[in-house]
Design a binder for this molecule. Structure first.
Ligand code: PGA
Length: 251
């Protein structure tokens, strides 16, 4: 089973001007990108439609979050139906910043994932442990609990619409990347967990990407690990080196 390499760019609450956003898109539009890599960028919601219009067609677009209701009195939220209607194919859910700063728990993330898939979106589902959890040997338990909330309400056909992003919280935005061995270990254990909790087929086919201080210089070695199927990139997705990360598998 070959899993297509996947690189996501999570712009977070960046950049802060439409000019800077245009410049980011220009770099991507003019670059030579590995045609074998699936590339998805997640700009702030304000820029979703202009980015869809401006970016080359090979690059897909993701929202950074959505709610689980289709419409209604939910001030400040975006619905899966609105994303679908706008032509946005992907949504990032359960990012650690959503979990920690905006108090989203695994049950809510699972509910959003359910709604997004039911609406026809694909989901980049983020999981990962804090430093304290890693140091107390709870990494795998945390990742499994985060996934289990969705597994409990999942259907077999959902999994082709899901990319799992393993992002250790201690590695996000810190410059402290997981070693290839650390990332590979968690990816392999997560795949083994999926084999028993979902099915062997899903464990084999679902992409598990790594996120947390990925750069052009560490992406090559990480991409060579057998269970690392790509990256979710924050800071470096705002820089020209994002192109090198997209091309890591080819380089
Ligand atoms: P980082 O962020 O690459 O800046 O560490 C990754 C993420 O939060 O997805």
């Amino acid at each position: 089973m070959t899993r297509q390499f996947f690189v996501g760019g999570n712009f977070k609450m960046n950049p802060t001007s439409r000019e800077a956003k245009k410049a980011l898109i220009k770099v991507l539009n003019e670059a030579t990108l590995d045609p074998n890599t699936e590339v998805v960028i997640a700009p702030p919601s304000l820029y979703l439609i202009p980015v869809l219009e401006q970016v080359r067609k090979e690059v897909k677009v993701a929202a950074q979050n959505c709610y689980f209701k289709p419409n209604g009195a939910f001030t400040g939220e975006l619905s899966p139906a609105q994303l679908k209607d706008a032509g946005v194919p992907y949504v990032v859910l359960g990012h650690s910043e959503r979990r920690s700063l905006f108090h989203e728990d695994s049950a809510l993330v699972a509910q959003k994932t359910r709604a997004a898939i039911d609406t026809g979106l694909s989901v980049i589902l983020c999981v990962g442990e804090t430093l304290q959890e890693r140091e107390s040997g709870k990494t795998q338990a945390v990742v499994e609990e985060q996934l289990k909330a969705f597994i409990d309400i999942s259907k077999p056909e959902d999994w082709s619409k899901i990319v799992i992003a393993y992002e250790p919280v201690w590695a996000i935005g810190t410059g402290k990347v997981a070693t290839p061995a650390q990332a590979q270990e968690t990816h392999a254990l997560t795949r083994a967990f999926l084999a028993t909790a979902v099915s062997k087929e899903v464990a084999e086919s679902v992409r598990i990407i790594y996120g947390g201080s990925v750069t052009a210089s560490n992406s090559k070695e990480l991409s060579n690990q057998p269970d690392i199927d790509g990256f979710l990139v924050g800071g470096a997705s705002l820089k020209p080196e994002f192109v090198d990360i997209i091309n890591a598998k080819k380089a």
